[in-house]
Design a protein around this ligand. Sequence first.
Ligand code: FES
Ligand SMILES: [Fe+2]
Length: 349
Amino acid sequence: MFVRDLWYFGALSSELKPGQHLHRELLGQPILFGRDHQGRAYALKDICPHRGILLSGGEAQEHGGETHVECPYHGWRFRTDGSCAAIPSLTADQAQAMDLTKIRTRAFSVHEDQGLIWIYYAGEEDADKPPALNPPKLDIPEGHKPKLVVRDVFNCHVDHAVIGLMDPAHIPYIHRQWWWRSASSVHEKEKKFGPVERGFSMLPHVPSKNSYLYRLMGEPQTEIRFELPGLRTEYVKAGGKHFTGFTAVTPTNENSTAITIVGYWDHWLPTLVPNALIKLGIEIFVGQDRDAVNAQQVGLAYDPKLMLIHDSDVQAKWYFALKRAWDKHRETGEPFKNPVKPASLRWRS
Ligand code: FES
Ligand SMILES: [Fe+2]
């Protein structure tokens, strides 16, 4: 249902102060994202193994230098590695006779960098194996932190969110607005693509002249990378400076997908505009995508046959081919073979 054995974007660093945690649903699983009292991020399956209440309803406490999450129902406490540290109702001799560390909730591998908290999602059967991949890293200068965050929720399966966001043909229809594109600016385009590790890249190019914002930046070079599971990064570089927009498309469950857009920059142009205004522009943009995929669900409920055409839907075809290749790699243990070949795609948008 969802691609596994991959790093997923889980939360923003800014969402968690030491000793805090939050609940989030990811890939249909309840997850507790927390930060221990020493400042390290962690993630647990957000279910108490005693009687199934969400652990995130309880508080994080410090016991002997360790952070424990206390279950709100009967007070069992869990370490950040998922093992049980205490069952308050046990008498001393009962506690002696019991190996509490055998009681556990699943702990996930996490990685925190560039203001993002990543979680490695392996299947239940591989829950104790360490990650087989390095976590993703954006190609931005060391120490750059998010300057802007936009979040949205699409009421659709992750596949429709991913292909809806990468699809160039909807732009003149869904995103028509005076400050971005005019209806008469549609023209033929040709973009070069090539494979990257677990995805593909629209190779660095000078973006189309028909967008007002791009022209203002002064002949920038743009590269757009897509990688499994649903990570899209747009790098705009001009005069040694950058503007980087990272989008994480994370499945909440089968019918809901979280969109998180994080902006990083040191280019002068965005600093001229109040952050709130940039944020509003992106919110309008993403809201248009959300309204389109939400409206699409009415039709999809009838389970129609769908089409992917050349060349405007080739990126969507690659996405599905990448998912198949990744599943094959996981099932057979053979090295992952990226199915994307260098290509030049043409469309009108
Ligand atoms: S349900 Fe968690 S301690 Fe009982
Ligand atoms: Fe869009």
